[in-house]
Design a protein around this ligand. Structure first.
Ligand code: GLY
Length: 570
């Protein structure tokens, strides 16, 4: 017994020394950005270099990819408050060294006081202001429950995995110009949607080189370190959340927090030309949309059409439109609504959906109404990809929904709450912040999870991890993952080009083809000439993080060039 206690103490000391090494100078953390790396052992790619470093630190201390994913998510909650979170939710898809494949749902859920028409006024008008901002916009957070559920496959104590995040919150980190700009842009909303002004609020503008210290958040993380899941869903943190809700007329109560559970789901899997694609099932539409889109192109020789030629973009656009039309009607939390997954992926159904496809003109959107499926009726997020040397591969996409979520910080607890209620269909036909519409399948109900588009995805080759990929971007997420996979599997690109080439997107409604800055102008002109309405060009679509295993077994890890995203590996 004594020997065991001694060993435990030694182990604990080793880890805390290492945690200090993470900030050897005892100064607020500074960092450089690495965009690309080829590694022998493990790699972490995330939206923030310090979060990737936190994951790497854990890998080097003997943790596996699950340990690293937990530490990275916790660090993101500190250094990337736009989307990294403990006040939101997410999904994990993993291939474990044992060969087992798992997916974990820690999506937010509607509070028990929520109801179907909660955003509709007496004139029948739905308020997206209320579903998108402030206290009423938040679902019951799932992230902390998800981190503890995934810890079942980790190797190191949770208390150690949270240490880098605590240090980053307590000592602070040096912000970049874009982070300063983003915080300055937020100031009016902070005043508008908060009952107590948080650490992010300042009377003088933030500037590059300032240090952001988050003492309330550090205290919350320490409660989680001490008390585990109950340090968030019970005790002081739960009381602070309920008090915040009551001050701002929100609906989340201590009993909702106590009742929250992350759920293990069977991953959504399918084969594509000999590869096994493993993605997220409901309540994310991501895996199902990816499945529909990939199967609708599989037999059509995309490769021969060429990358971003008029014919390949047209084909990919047409399959996007069909899949998203189905999303609007059939997809929602399958615990509450019978989503006809097997019908929607039946080869005969997909063939029927493509019958109206023509190579010289768009199929009118009105003819793409959701398919006639006979069944029993009854843009800010963040992604991280991790691989270790043991054969574990983890894809996590996590979110507050909009940038900084509801813009409400829990008073005294220091973290933003999500505005995920907007991902429900707040009224049939009323678009959410990503322009997506829905109906019965995604209507609000207490305890229900709102439909997501997040698509953390793995591709296996000969049953071994080959690609780990995912991205933020609301409804553009599945089409971005679709393009990244086609770029590799059909157009033969390396990981860097696969995620950094300009992207495009179509989601049926609104009826417009959206492209990113730098997209092939001649292709766009050809599509316009065919009759495709072309939307406003976007500055950037998503921030994809990818790891690709090369034929020699080395891991090519690439962080998206559209943001401050970074790779760490060894
Ligand atoms: N909140 C974005 C999504 O879950 O799709």
């Amino acid at each position: 017994m004594r020997l065991l206690a001694g060993m435990l103490l030694f182990f604990t000391l080793c880890l805390s020394v290492q945690a200090q090494v993470f900030n050897g100078t005892n100064q607020p953390f500074k960092y450089t950005v690495t965009k690309k790396m080829v590694t022998d052992k493990g790699a972490v790619v995330s939206a923030h270099p310090l979060a990737s470093e936190a994951g790497l630190l854990i890998l080097k201390k003997g943790g596996n990819a699950i340990d690293a994913a937990i530490a990275t998510q916790l660090a993101l909650a500190v250094v990337y408050p736009n989307a990294g979170n403990i006040g939101g939710g997410g999904f994990m898809v993993a291939h474990l060294a044992s060969g087992e494949r798992v997916s974990l749902d820690y999506r937010e859920m509607a509070p028990s006081l929520a109801h179907r028409d909660m955003y509709i006024d007496s004139n029948g008008v739905a308020s997206t202001e209320k579903s998108q901002n402030g206290h009423l916009a938040s679902g019951v957070p799932g992230t902390v429950a998800g981190l503890f559920a995934s810890h079942r496959y980790a190797k190191l104590p949770f208390a150690k995995l949270i240490e880098p995040a605590i240090e980053l919150a307590e000592k602070g980190f040096v912000i970049t110009e874009s982070e300063a700009r983003s915080l300055n842009y937020l100031q009016n909303d902070l005043k508008k949607y908060n009952t107590l002004l948080p650490a992010f609020y300042r009377t003088i503008p933030w500037k590059a080189g300032d240090t952001l210290i988050q003492s309330d958040l550090a205290a919350t993380l320490k409660r989680i370190q001490r008390s585990g899941k109950a340090g968030f869903y019970g005790g002081e943190t739960a009381k602070l959340i309920e008090a915040e809700m009551k001050r701002g007329n929100g609906l989340i109560r201590e009993k909702d927090l106590a009742a929250y559970e992350a759920k293990w789901r069977t991953p959504h899997e399918f084969d594509y030309k000999g590869y096994r694609v493993v993605s997220m099932p409901m309540p994310s539409s991501g895996g199902l949309l990816l499945h529909q889109m990939m199967k609708m192109v599989e037999t059509r020789n995309l490769r021969a059409m060429g990358f971003q030629t008029p014919s390949s973009v047209q084909l990919m656009t047409e399959v996007m439109r069909r899949a998203y039309a189905d999303r609007s009607k059939f997809m929602g939390d399958a615990d509450f609504y019978p989503v006809p997954v097997s019908k929607l992926t039946d080869p005969e159904y997909l063939k029927m959906r493509m019958r109206s496809y023509r190579t010289d003109a768009p199929t009118p959107s009105s003819q793409l109404e959701p398919g006639n499926v006979n069944y029993h009726e009854s843009e800010e997020t963040t992604h991280l990809s991790v691989m270790d040397s043991e054969g574990n591969a983890v894809a996590v996409t996590t979110t507050l929904n909009g940038s900084y979520g509801s813009k409400t910080v829990v008073g005294g607890a220091g973290f933003f709450l999500n505005n995920e209620m907007d991902d429900f269909s707040i009224k049939p036909g009323v678009p959410n912040m990503f322009g997506a519409i829905g109906g019965e399948a995604n209507a609000i109900h207490p305890g229900k999870r709102m439909l997501s588009s997040m698509t953390p995805t793995l591709v296996l080759k000969n049953n071994k991890p080959y690609i780990v990929v995912g991205t933020p971007g609301g409804t553009t997420i599945p089409t971005q993952v679709f393009q990244a996979l086609m770029n590799i599997l059909e157009f033969g690109m390396d990981a860097d080009d696969a995620i950094n080439k300009p992207k495009f997107h179509h989601q049926w409604l609104p009826d417009e083809l959206v492209t990113e800055k730098g997209f092939n102008a001649a292709t766009l002109e050809a599509l316009r000439a065919m009759g495709y309405p072309v939307g406003k060009e976007r500055g950037g679509i998503g921030r994809t993080e990818i790891i690709l295993v090369r034929p020699d077994g080395k891991k090519e890890a690439v962080a998206d060039r559209r943001g401050d995203d970074g790779v760490a590996g060894y």
